[in-house]
Design a protein around this ligand. Sequence first.
Ligand SMILES: [Zn+2]
Length: 247
Amino acid sequence: MTISVDDGHPSDLRTVDLLLKYGLKATFYIPGANAERTVMKPCEVREIDRLFEVGSHTLNHLRLTRLPAQEAWQEIYDGKKFSEDTLGHEVVSFCYPGGKFNRRVAAQVADAGFLAGRTCRYFLNDYPKNPFVWDISTYANTYPAYVQLRHCFLEYNFAGAYKYVTTFKARVPWAAQFICALEDVSREGGMAHLYFHSWEIDQNGEWDELESLFKAIAQYSLTPVTNGYLYRRWHENRELVSSPLPA
Ligand SMILES: [Zn+2]
């Protein structure tokens, strides 16, 4: 069971308090700067890193698929260096701004030395085949079912569209969707991955819903981990599978 919190808005500090209250783990994907909204001060980012994990969300939160290759590379590589300089240690987790990625961008994220790239493709509770297309279970925003399905198709996420109707029972409220993910993972294994923006929770006045969901998560015997923990596990498992057995 893992949680992603994107964008590094100052309202993340309220999320931090809730995560601590319920003993949950999370990865905060924080860009160097963001023209769309405020980003926390470096001292606040370091405080979050002390308690949870901070991942890279590029240098300027630009949509990478719209940039020429060299500019996309600078955003990815310089963003990693920026976060590492801020925190004083290696940063292994990456998330695509706006969820926008393609083969070229995913390869650049791998070349920059990240372990994985988290997408915004939902309704998937499985370990990915490719860690640079690391999908999630639930995005905490309420859209009608047809919008959810359209989003799945636009992202070529056909498995997600199928699971939305079956495993997620076409539920509209996001907290109810994530309960479906928790049930599915408790039964079948895999990982339940909740993703949200604190600024959006704040804007929609949904802090009570978020807290109720955090409380509900504690009822399941799933282990709360950071995204980075899962990324490392993915690579360790692959090494186990691919390394030849001793003679
Ligand atoms: Zn973002």
